[in-house]
Write a protein of this length. Structure first.
Length: 504
């Protein structure tokens, strides 16, 4: 048995030769043999191995076969760690009885599982490898180019494989991240959360669809110290970021109207990470530059959300408009012209994207290892609840300064305060689990309603542009709708400002 510790990065096929040249030039780099690997992944029809969090494959290379089973492992900030068992075999089908008996769950009927095994999907790729020393650590870097495929009823579905894997052969985990950062500074890459096996299960429709409520509260415990809290916030933020990225790339092909909301959630996740670093005095100039870079790539979100809301089947925005069909057609045309998929591709092709992800992974593992280079500049002995109270109060005071109860706010002012409201809500997302659910949710509800109100105001403004382009005069109707909504929002805001904060 060996414990595989690796960092996986995804890249675009056109970057292959640039990557090869870069890896060849790295100090202490030794290129190894290039091999062609064929892999069949096995499970039962009811996915019993997957239910046990196991992955089983048979790999063929140079006329030899090897069966491998990977047992339950962990993924933290993009670093995969998973025990695996490898055995040479002389047939195409795996034999479960060759693996150690102690790896199976209690009362598992291995004979029954063996009799039902079938090959669900295949991965075939060319692997080019390097052995690279980083100080006293040895890392094997594997560049895989190929495809994952599923054949059913004579029909084959496939997806490309373009992956770069850094596997720790000896030494410290930090060596993986150091090499990854060197690559990310030159080549556009992104953290790879999904393994080849998981991608195969999805392609075979044997895995549940991707889903995530990005603004769920983060699971923190009052007993955690501040270092443990930072590790939890960073690791959860990175995990959600990768999940949302995968959802955007998967959904974009099927549902144009859902993508703006997913992009909004991804940006919210990135902003939550930025907010967290600022709270812990870790937001360096270089990190700010990378965060700002990603923000600039996502500047389409407000327009996309407005157009998607106009098109929503449940939207009341244009339901009673006599020319609602023309308005909806123009909204759809505008959403298509926004070309969100190409904007996402442009963001992923910017080195700031992968560099920020890997910089956060580097910070996360430095924190976990207790490295002295991470200086929080805060009293680490502060009680978590006390720290959370302080962060909540500071956020609240900013909102009070922006939106004093005696002031009358306009539609334009509400929209200008959207970012500040987002940031305040993110503080609650980070620390909300430390408080009473009832008092917390009652306090947060009207503020979340205001965020939705701001989004609707933006949609009204988008409708104004669309109607003008079509020479449809709905200006009086829009003005009345906007004034009515602002009136309701003003009432909600003043009511919300009178509520007792749940952290006091």
């Amino acid at each position: 048995m060996s414990a595989e510790i690796e960092l996986k990065l995804f890249f675009q096929l056109e970057q292959q030769q640039t990557l090869i040249n870069l890896l060849d030039r790295l100090p202490s780099s030794e290129q190894q043999a290039c091999r062609k690997l064929s892999n069949g992944y096995f499970d039962t029809p009811d996915l019993q191995l997957r239910k046990w969090d196991m992955g089983l494959r048979v790999r063929g290379c140079d006329g030899k076969r090897e069966q491998t089973i990977k047992t339950a492992g962990t993924v933290v900030g993009g670093i995969h760690s998973r025990p695996e068992y490898n055995l040479d075999i002389d047939q195409d089908e795996p034999n479960l009885n060759l693996f150690p008996e102690n790896i199976w769950p209690d009362e598992a009927n291995i004979s029954a599982v063996q009799s039902q095994l079938t090959c669900l999907f295949d991965t075939d790729f060319e692997r080019r490898t390097w052995h690279i020393y980083v100080d006293e650590s040895l890392v094997e870097v594997a560049l895989d180019i190929g495809h994952v495929s599923v054949t059913r009823g004579g029909e084959t579905k496939s997806e490309p494989i373009c992956e770069l894997e850094f596997e720790l052969m000896a030494g410290k985990t930090g060596a993986l991240i150091e090499l990854g950062i060197k690559v990310a500074e030159t080549i556009p890459v992104r953290l790879g959360k999904a393994s080849k096996a998981l991608r195969g299960y999805r392609l075979a429709a044997q895995s549940s669809p991707l889903s995530l409520e990005v603004l769920e509260f983060i699971a923190l415990e009052a007993s955690q110290d501040l270092k443990q809290t930072l590790v939890s916030l960073l690791s959860t933020g990175l995990e959600r970021w990768q999940q949302l990225e995968a959802m955007i790339l998967e959904t974009g092909v099927h549902s144009l109207e859902q993508v703006p909301t997913l992009c909004y959630r991804l940006r919210a996740c990135v902003r939550l990470l930025r907010c967290t670093l600022k709270q812990f005095n870790l937001l360096s100039d270089s990190l700010i530059t990378m965060f700002d870079c990603i923000e600039s790539h996502l500047s389409f979100i407000e327009t996309g959300l407005s157009l998607a809301e106009i098109l929503s089947q449940n939207s009341q925005l244009i339901a009673k408009q006599p020319k609602k069909t023309k308005l909806a057609e123009q909204a759809l045309k505008s959403l298509q012209q926004l070309s969100i998929s190409s904007l996402i591709e442009k963001m992923l092709a910017d080195t700031c994207y992968g560099s920020l992800q890997l910089s956060l992974v580097d910070l996360l593992f430095a924190m976990r290892a207790g490295e002295s280079r991470v200086n929080l500049n805060i009293n680490i002995n502060t009680d978590l609840k006390t720290f959370a109270d302080k962060m909540q109060e500071a956020s609240w005071q900013k909102i009070l300064a922006l939106m004093p109860s005696e002031a009358d706010l306009t539609s334009r002012e509400y929209q200008s305060f959207a970012r500040a409201l987002d940031d305040s809500i993110f503080v609650g997302v980070a620390y909300g689990e430390l408080y009473s659910k009832q008092s917390r949710d009652v306090f947060r509800a009207p503020w979340q309603d205001l965020v939705l109100g701001i989004r609707t105001l933006a949609a009204y403004r988008q409708l104004a542009h669309i109607s003008e382009s079509l020479d449809i005069d709905i200006s009086d109707w829009l003005r009345n709708k906007e004034e009515s909504l602002v009136f309701a929002m003003e009432h909600s805001r003043r009511s919300a400002l009178s509520n007792q904060p749940y952290w006091r």
